[in-house]
Design a protein around this ligand. Sequence first.
Ligand code: ADP
Length: 151
Amino acid sequence: MQKVAVFPGSFDPITLGHTSIINRALPLFDEIIIAIGNNSQKKYMFDLKQRKDWIIGAFKSPKIKVDIYQGLTVEYCEKVNAKFILRGVRNAIDFEFEKNIAQMNNKLNDEIETIILFTEPQYAAISSTIVRDIIRNNGDAQQFLPKNIKV
Ligand code: ADP
């Protein structure tokens, strides 16, 4: 059976922190679906198409697919036949947050496992939130972003 993982997130925008986790996870799976969660209640800096195009442009591997979903991540995993959710952890705050989501998701569907990779130290301080702040204030965010993203 194909090992499919879903990497869910907002990717507003995708950063080198995200790409590092995804590239390091590639040998573990036959396919990784980068799934942009679209929450109508949430305000994003970059529109869905822009975020999706940036993600597509950031990877060359045929094992990577990019998709958009709404609603529960586990339900999306069921739909695409993914048995794994991939997430990244930078610090203790992420750890507690990711642990809670993973345990809740496990209650919803115990056939789906969350796989956590710890960030490489050089990416530990990168977050989409801080990148958006830098962009808003006309700072140089380029160094935190994949090369195909020009902001
Ligand atoms: P969300 O909207 O769920 O917070 P994000 O797009 O911000 O989605 O993040 C998706 C996943 O990527 C999360 O597991 C998050 O912890 C992880 N992540 C974000 N930035 C980094 C980073 N710099 N290093 C490692 N993992 C990261």
